[in-house]
Ligand binder design. Sequence first.
Ligand SMILES: [Zn+2]
Length: 236
Amino acid sequence: MIIDSHVHVGVPPREAEPKNFLKLMNTSKINKAIIFRYFYDKPTVFSNQYISSVVEQFPNNYLGFAWINPNEKTVTKELIESVTKWNLKGVKLHLEMHPTPLEKLRKIFNIAEQYTIPICIHLGNDFDQIELLTQEYDVKVIIAHLGTGVYCLDINRLKKAIELAKNKNVFLETSGNTYPLVDYALKALNPTKLIMGSDFPHEHPLVSVKIIELLNISDKNKDLILQKNISKILEI
Ligand SMILES: [Zn+2]
């Protein structure tokens, strides 16, 4: 069993068509994927409803997260509906794209705690805010791209993310990084703290799986990173 925990579906771009990723899952032996959309020209509510419909169409393969902008006025209602009406199982924040003041982030953490959903975060320069929030709320936090960004490979950002991941509720997701950075994170933490993601269509998912398979750890520990850690967070 392999779960890809960071996948974008939705056209454009053309290759991010849900059926196309299903084919790649097949060739990469991936059983399930956590999907969210990109931001595009329409309000996020359309993206979240779209993701919900894709999950409904392929319930065995896909599990959806809402993607929201915490600065928007309607965000509280939208996030609650994403969970209660549209069957989405988590929320994705892109804080590099949408820097957000602490008070607004508290609202999101509050809902996540209330509905027991994880928050996946693409970090901007918000390490201190997130550290504080993970102390204030009992919410599982998945730091996308090991905190470094997409192929930015910044070791100083990785070191800060490793500090965040010392909190029991914080996990690091591996997409957008090369083998040496994933290996560095593994050596600084342990296999229970890492989660495999590809960030498709920015990467072929099999490349991301192979990085984990190449790590010098037991098959049992690889299994934690490839699926058990995320399964436990999502209770699936
Ligand atoms: Zn992404």
